[in-house]
Write a protein that binds this ligand. Sequence first.
Ligand code: HXC
Length: 517
Amino acid sequence: MTIDKKLSDELDRRRAHALAGGGQKKADDRHAKGRLTARERLEALYSKGTFQEFGLHAKHRTRHFGMADKDIPTDGVITGCGFVDGRPVASFSQDFTVVGGSLGEIHSKKICHALDHAVKAGIPIIGFNDSGGARIQEGVGSLSGYGQVFYRNVQLSGVVPQISVIAGPCAGGAAYSPALTDFLIMTRENAQMFICGPEVIRAVTGQVTTMEEIGSAQAHASVSGNIHFIAEDDAHAIAIVHRLLSFLPSNNMMDPPHRIEADLSIVDDPALDELVPADPKTPFDVREVIKRLADDGDFMEVMELFAQNIVIGFGRIGGIVVGFVANQPIVKAGTLDIDASDKAARFVRFCNVYNIPLVTLVDVPGFLPGVNEERRGIIRHGAKMLFAYASATVPKITVIMRKAYGGAFLAMCSEDMGADRVIAWPTAEIAVMGADGAVNILYRKELAESEDKAAKAKELAAEYRAEFATPYLSAGELMVHDIIHPRETRSAIALSLRGLMSKRETRPPKKHGNIPL
Ligand code: HXC
């Protein structure tokens, strides 16, 4: 028996109509502006032929104000599931060619359905945001739709990875859905994200500003810290999604995609001995160290342009996926400030929730001194790092390269803060506070009486380092578990990681801790 031709034609007609979205002319306009269409974005995301659409025939309800004659194919959003590198991944992609990708009730219902599917199936979800915001004709129905999406973003947080691509406008309250997800990627030329645009700011406050200054990818990547990656265009954004997924598990019950080989043979790397300058005040780029530690030098830096005094990102060591957190001596001398604390703490929590071991590289002189830092709450923000590390139960390995002073060292995951393994280089300086500060307090009188204060201070600081800050002192107290040559670091971490793969750590039951926000 074959299906009635009329029924079959009807399906083909409806399908073609929905697939055409806002039509060829609008699609051509997108291309002329260097953008892919919503559907092309999904084609580029998934392995060929693996995308299954949910709700191709979903339609808006015509009862809304001014909508009776509106044709809204797919209700302006394409949702579904497909395969990336052989793993299932859910998605939604807002179609700007259809009523500006605006979000109405059915549009929201489709996104919610994709989010619900992701959590049921235990798979990541990727959202392409490209929308004029709440569909004005649908009034509070649209507002409620956003509420339902936000609610689900929060329910999914810590269960399946959520990645947002901002590929067009993402304005007003709509920006809070991506903000609730784990990673935000924004295209450089074609995307804007803001709560109040320049006109509103001017009308309300009189302040004159530009979209470049408040809503561009550059501003969010380097100043506000709202996004994690800038992409040159849609294709590049999708390449970043692919690379990110290659380090992430599908859900919180799974291990990340380690590439463990049975045989672990890692040789010494003499270049590491040369990389870090002997003079503790001479800066070096810690990314060079990370690249030597990561398998094949493959390091995916996250939030590269924001709070550059701390470096975070993903790599593998001996095949095991790790999250790196490292002080960056070439920016603000590697001190911890408010932005660096926020950046690192959130990353530590992400790694913990997705079973990604942490490798922390320490060269920290302390928290950044300053009136602004104190007044804006460095105490509250710095506390986030302490909280994040102490509550993380994944394997935690800390390498002390040079300075590890005071509370900032504890915030970089010392043994007391729960590090499973603390390794120091012979160049490590570990002490309750920096040498210069300690000398000023302990020897105020001697310094005041000395003829050449600077020379005396230098001499006393060297004495302090030699007497109170050597790694052997801390190793004697078991705050450091081993002191190794830099060249031995990669194998020491690899062996430790391998030995900690079955780590189990239980904590008293609670709803959740109360992290200082
Ligand atoms: C209904 C909308 C729409 C919206 C755009 N369109 N935004 N329809 N509701 N929110 C429609 C336009 O009418 C137009 O329809 C088509 O989409 C394309 O829009 P254009 O304006 O022609 O495109 P462009 O010039 O590229 O400008 C894009 C834009 C602009 C900057 C996004 O459309 C815009 O400013 N839209 C309104 C944005 C806004 O104020 N949203 C806030 C809503 S309230 P035709 O038929 O002409 O093709 C909100 C609150 C959410 O979002 C709260 C959540 C908690």
